[in-house]
Design a protein around this ligand. Structure first.
Ligand code: FEO
Length: 393
């Protein structure tokens, strides 16, 4: 347990070894599950708990600090990495009540079978006095589930936003002192978890912008004692602005697609367009997601296999489509031996992305001069599109 402010403590369970979240999201830097304890002169509140795999860490901390009473367990989010230890906390502290909004209450009863009688339901903007410390609750839906809410500690001006502004980053340091690493981890987290909800995140940022926030204490990763940088980063990520960048994600089986990708990347670079190239056989999907936060264009490169796209490219297209980046243009390059529906399959997977599709370049067998010329023309088209929206010189 570490002190953030007088009577305000962080209780972190550091998960150095976890490498996958939701059996989907890579965690190259591990993660932390952060709970917070706020001790007023009259009442004590615990904000969130920790992942069920780390329940003992939380309970041992409470024991070590001789916390013999908890009055409120505030649950900001029903996902189990924050709520999963609530049943154990309620068993340890029989008079504790779970404080949350109606939607989260419903989800917690479904997911964790918590007795309805243990809940105190609050509404947007409501306050809860602890004695010298006042909690104020705000609904911030879809960061990243429908029930998500946050707590603002009025006297200390600390925002506890749960997943919002979080990062999967295991560090011994409590605060975001290594700013490049913190920024990269926060951007990865945004890309993988928050990006599909970009429009509603804008609204949540506007809503929280009315508060004076001196510190942001999320439920994953480090605390921000100077929160303006992470707030500004989020404003940039959720804006409609894209950068003069192309994400070039590909797989090649027998070098045809690879030769096209390499030629095409050079053509883009010669036109002063930034290229983010990913071989999908080996790339960390999180890095691809990060690149999609800013890029104006995505190009998928695939051979034709089993009459369609390479499964790794189809998977990347499926994930990119689910993440709903603000990417504006897309195309496909690749190769085939004797036929197939690779292009139709991949474009069909991008239905959620509001992109303008540019004509693909597909080579029969190894690419020849006319294919390389077609790639040059595709690079010209992309440059022209980027100029049209004012991001290329
Ligand atoms: Fe960190 Fe959505 O749970």
């Amino acid at each position: 347990m570490q002190q953030l402010r007088p009577s305000v403590y962080s209780i972190r369970a550091i998960d150095w070894d976890r490498r996958l979240f939701d059996e989907l999201i890579p965690l190259p830097e591990g993660t932390t599950y952060n709970a917070y304890l706020i001790a007023g002169s009259e009442k004590i509140a615990l904000l969130d708990t920790v992942d069920p795999t780390k329940t003992d860490t939380l309970l041992d901390e409470l024991t070590a600090r001789e916390i013999d009473r908890i009055d409120y367990v505030v649950s900001h989010h029903a996902e189990q990495d924050h709520s999963g230890s609530i049943p154990n906390v309620l068993s340890r502290y029989p008079s504790a009540r779970v404080v949350t909004n109606a939607k989260c209450k419903s989800m917690l009863t479904d997911l964790l079978n918590i007795d309805e009688k243990r809940f105190t339901t609050i509404t947007d903007g409501q306050t809860l006095p602890l004695g010298g410390k006042t909690l104020q609750f705000f609904d911030i839906p879809w960061v990243h589930w429908p029930e998500t809410m946050c707590t603002y500690l009025q006297e200390d001006r600390i925002l506890f936003p749960c997943d919002f502004f979080g990062s999967h980053l295991a560090t011994s340091g409590l605060f975001a002192d290594d700013e490049p690493l913190a920024y990269e981890s926060a951007k990865r987290y945004y890309a993988e978890i928050m990006m599909p909800f970009r429009p509603v995140i804008k609204k949540n940022l506007e809503k929280l912008g009315k508060l004076q926030i001196d510190m942001i204490a999320p439920s994953h990763g480090p605390v921000y004692p100077r929160p303006q940088a992470i707030i500004d980063a989020y404003k940039d990520w959720v804006s409609d602005d894209v950068k003069n960048e192309v994400v070039l994600a590909y797989v090649s089986m027998h070098e045809s697609t690879k030769r096209m990708v390499e030629h095409f990347a050079r053509a883009l670079i010669h036109r002063n367009i930034t290229v983010r190239q990913f071989n999908l056989v080996s790339t960390d999907l999180g890095r691809l997601a990060i690149a999609l936060v800013d890029a104006a264009t995505i190009i998928l490169g695939s051979p034709t296999v089993l009459t369609g796209a390479h499964p790794q490219v189809a998977y990347a297209a499926f994930v990119a489509n689910a993440l709903r980046p603000k990417t504006k243009f897309a195309s496909i390059i690749g190769s085939f031996g004797w036929g197939g529906k690779m292009v139709e399959q991949l474009t069909g997977l991008l239905g959620n992305m509001k992109v303008e599709l540019i004509d693909p370049v597909i080579a029969k067998g190894h690419p020849k001069d006319e294919d390389f010329h077609a790639l040059d023309r595709l690079a010209d088209q992309i440059l022209a599109k980027h100029k049209e929206i004012g991001i290329a010189g």
